[in-house]
Design a protein around this ligand. Structure first.
Ligand code: DGY
Length: 348
């Protein structure tokens, strides 16, 4: 679909985006906007290259595309000057390949924070309280009446939630679990989160004033301490070389056999084959997964694990967030094309 046919700059958008603001921004920036006609398919490089064609000033691309030397070379040859990922994560982008060619890369931080943390919280509750298992049971007509032992799960209150990677999303999730569920907090991040540290102090005090038992909140020096101590562990780190298979067999075994593990970050942070083995060996261990190692595929056996709650990478899927992401991605591209974003950055 083509919008603003006579616009000066040709901008390719590789998937239809939600909301309307993003299109207005690009139109106002004098862009002719071409939206790909492949709504449901994941685009391979050949298809993206066809979309870029001979002249293309900027692209809004998806986390499912492989933005490396091949696509950036194609964009550069077409006169491209701007790329934005429609995502906060950019493990699908080789930023150095873009930088080499003078193409700045944008992402969409901020607007996903609360939405993603909410989904991580939803997965935590769903896994701890076995909601999807119970839902399947009901639909199958198995419910014959209340029983003391039916779908007994884990209470979160006064237990300990562990965060691996305490950036914006990790902090928002921690806040939900500490305030909403009165959980203790233990977090690991190589870099302390100042805001979280301040929050921890204040919130701990607040609880004491209310006469409730104090929550303990602390940062620890190793992720192993989190794994051993926490009843719930939620992953909120980036995917890079240092975090690939961060949760391997050995580390899974350090967790409590009744723990809940949540991943709304990136699939390859967990060794998924090892996780399937762990789930089978520990029926009371539960996992909530939004992302998968070989997305969209799952490792054999995962779909058959009743102790796994699995959803298709929907952590940022609220209307407000998805249109906010579109607005930011459009603003990223428009700013460069209109000359507001100076690149490479001047030295002073
Ligand atoms: C992201 O933005 O990185 C999410 O995975 C999708 O919104």
């Amino acid at each position: 679909e083509v919008h603003n046919e006579n616009g000066n700059f040709r901008v390719v958008v590789t998937k239809e985006l939600p909301g309307e603001r993003w299109l207005d921004i690009l139109k106002q920036a004098n862009c002719r906007v071409e939206v790909s006609k492949h709504p449901d398919t994941i685009l391979d490089n050949a298809t993206v290259k066809k979309l870029i064609g001979n002249k293309c000033d900027g692209v809004i691309g998806q986390l499912t595309e492989d933005w490396g030397s091949e696509l950036f070379e194609c964009l550069k040859s077409a006169g491209g000057r701007a790329y934005s990922n429609y995502a906060v994560g950019y493990n699908n982008v080789k930023v150095e390949e873009a930088t080499k060619r003078g193409i700045p890369v944008g992402n969409t931080p901020g607007v996903l924070t609360e939405t993603t943390a909410e989904l991580a919280a939803a997965l935590t509750l769903a896994a701890a309280r076995r909601v999807p298992e119970a839902d399947v049971f009901m639909r199958a007509g198995h419910y014959k009446g209340w029983l003391p032992t039916l779908f007994v799960g884990q209470l979160l209150q006064n237990k300990t939630v562990g965060i691996i990677g305490a950036g914006r999303i990790g902090f928002a999730y921690a806040r939900m679990m500490v305030e909403g569920h009165k959980m203790n907090l233990v977090y690991y991040d190589p870099y302390p989160n100042k805001k979280l540290e301040e929050y921890i102090k204040q919130y701990g005090e607040l609880l004491r004033h209310n006469g409730e038992p104090p929550v303990f909140c602390k940062r620890v020096e190793t992720m192993e301490e989190v794994l051993k101590e926490a009843d719930v562990v939620s992953l909120h780190c980036n995917l890079d070389k240092t975090t690939h298979h961060l949760m391997n067999k050995e580390r899974l075994n350090m967790m409590k056999p009744t723990a809940v593990l949540v991943n709304a970050a990136r699939g390859p942070v967990i060794d998924e084959a090892a996780l399937v083995q762990h789930l089978n060996a520990n029926p009371e261990f539960r996992v909530g997964l939004d992302v998968f190692e070989d997305e969209p595929a799952m490792k054999p056996g995962l779909a058959q694990c009743p102790n796994a709650v699995i959803v298709p990478h929907i952590a940022s899927a609220s209307m407000w967030t998805r249109s906010g992401m579109a607005t930011l991605a459009a603003a990223n591209v428009a700013a460069v094309l209109q000359g507001y974003a100076v690149w490479p950055k001047p030295d002073n």
